[in-house]
Design a protein around this ligand. Structure first.
Ligand code: 5GP
Length: 193
């Protein structure tokens, strides 16, 4: 079991509706030493890839992306959630449905910060149904940049996002893949990696 899996078992809380709460070390309070280990692991798993930029989405992706970026020596761009947009000429825009908040957000990235020469590693905290990732992939592709890989902290392997996005040919490295979780007993099982 890796250190992220151990931490999920110790401090993660399984809520009804397939939600895993990891507020005490990832989504609210942030354990930077753990983030540093995660960054090191992504650097190892994406060794040899030509990555010059990390893209994530606000809010929870930002912390892990910034610590990971220190291992890659590259800047971080985060997609902003925007209510209404009339800046289409200046922004790449994608629509993302939030799994946890059950609402739709438009997410935007300024055209200044992504261009066809960029080789992008996308990083996010969770992969569930894959909507957030699809939005980020759409934005990278609209800019003409290349998605070199996708680093996820916690993938919920029983939801469809991971399979769907791997089937599109993207290289995803999830540091912990939850195979099953039970809100009554609190049990969490992981996929062997
Ligand atoms: P997706 O778009 O893949 O369905 O969901 C990804 C986004 O939803 C993540 O960026 C994360 O913020 C949130 N999310 C999805 N499932 C969970 C969960 O079980 N726990 C928490 N804390 N966030 C989740």
């Amino acid at each position: 079991m890796n250190c992220l899996e151990e931490r999920i078992v110790k401090d993660g809380i399984v809520r009804e509706g397939n939600v895993l709460k990891v507020d005490s070390f990832l989504n609210h309070q942030m354990d930077i030493e753990l983030f540093d280990e995660m960054g090191k692991e992504w650097k190892k798993r994406f060794a040899g890839k030509n990555i010059n930029k990390i893209l994530t989405i606000e809010a929870s992706g930002i912390g892990i992306a910034c610590i990971a970026a220190q291992h890659f020596g590259v800047p971080v761009v985060f997609a902003k959630k925007a209510k209404s947009i009339n800046l289409e000429g200046e922004m790449y825009v994608a629509e993302v449905e939030s799994f946890t908040h059950k609402c739709k957000n438009q997410v935007i990235v300024s055209k200044k910060f992504l261009n066809p020469e960029d080789h992008v590693l996308i990083i996010d905290d969770f992969l569930a149904n894959g909507c957030a990732l699809q939005g980020l992939i759409q934005i990278v592709q609209a800019s003409g940049a290349t998605v070199e890989g996708i680093g996820i902290a916690i993938e919920k392997g029983f939801q469809a996002g991971g399979r769907m996005i791997r089937n599109l040919g993207f290289h995803i490295e999830s540091l912990a893949i939850v195979e099953a979780m039970d809100s009554e007993t609190g049990t969490i099982t992981f996929r062997e990696q």
